[in-house]
Design a protein around this ligand. Structure first.
Ligand code: FAD
Length: 158
């Protein structure tokens, strides 16, 4: 099995798109990520997986906090900015529980790092959720390397 086949297979898992954000010495840093999931309800825990080359890795290790911003269908540009595909764009952040969050996201999830595990070339950060803000919007979807949107199921006429 080669790398391309592995990536293609993993890309068949349709996901939402998030921007992970943190702050060190007043500077906010974000990164687009879809390796995110909920881990536990009691206590409330989530996990994100960050590649070893990502600049945000050491920033989260230092700050011990991060937020997960689940992007809305109208926020594809933000996904591209924080994946390094669109350069030199200014982005304004809000605050949730004192942590940087993206306005207009479907969900903002504020976390404190409760554990980190190095697995292969990624680090898994377990986040203890300290606050959540929700908006009633449609999510951005990522599937097979492309952005998509949810299409409402057509009612079946009898
Ligand atoms: P950087 O180059 O430091 O940051 C990324 C970009 O964000 C840069 O262009 C930077 O200018 C911009 N940026 C950062 N902070 C700000 C700010 N405050 N204001 C404005 N712009 C800012 N990688 C993973 O490790 N895990 C994943 O789960 C993952 N999922 C992905 C899902 C999708 C859909 C995509 C497109 C990419 C994904 N990636 C993932 C890849 C990852 O987003 C890129 O490799 C990313 O550019 C690396 O982040 P960095 O911190 O090293 O890069």
């Amino acid at each position: 099995m080669d790398d391309r086949q592995f990536r293609t297979a993993m890309g068949k898992f349709a996901t939402g798109v998030t921007v992970i954000a943190t702050q060190v010495d007043g500077d906010i840093h974000g990164m687009t990520a879809n390796a995110f999931m909920s881990v536990s309800l009691d206590p409330k825990l989530v996990v994100v997986s960050i590649g070893e080359k990502a600049k945000i890795l050491n920033k989260i290790k230092e700050s011990k906090i991060f937020t997960v911003n689940i992007l809305a269908a109208d926020q594809q540009e933000l996904s591209m900015i924080f994946a390094g595909q669109l350069k030199d764009k200014e982005v304004t952040f809000d605050r949730l529980d004192g942590k940087p969050v993206l306005p207009g996201a479907v969900a903002q999830v504020a976390c404190e790092v409760s554990a980190e595990h190095v697995e292969g070339d990624h680090t898994l950060f377990i986040g203890r959720v300290t606050d959540i803000h929700l908006e009633d919007k449609e999510p951005l979807i990522f599937y097979s390397g492309k952005y998509r949107s949810l299409v409402a199921e057509q009612p079946v006429s009898i």
